[in-house]
Design a protein around this ligand. Sequence first.
Ligand code: ZN
Length: 119
Amino acid sequence: MEKERDVVKRIAQLVRAGATLTSYTCPVCGTVLVKLKTGELYCANCERTVVLVKSDEEAQQAVEVVQLREVRRIVFDKILQLGRELEKLSASEMVDHLRSMSILLDIYEKLSKIQSSKV
Ligand SMILES: [Zn+2]
């Protein structure tokens, strides 16, 4: 119990010195982490800074989002390209073009949704 009170006291001291409480907990002991003015996360119980590593799954998701962003850019370019070509086409040729554009816009919209839900 003594030790626990010491930890609370140390956290209070750190906060007074400019650190902020976070919603993260120490992966070793479960104590609430404070964020030092340097930006580092610190466990007052272990008396050391803690680096929170994202899970493999989170890291993979971040990679996918970046890759999808590239696909979205390509789709967007194609939509613009098809749009520019419309003027030169006859009405019957336009139908195929517009169908392609419609499919691309669908994909673009879906990709945009994934981006906004994950970033
Ligand atoms: Zn700890």
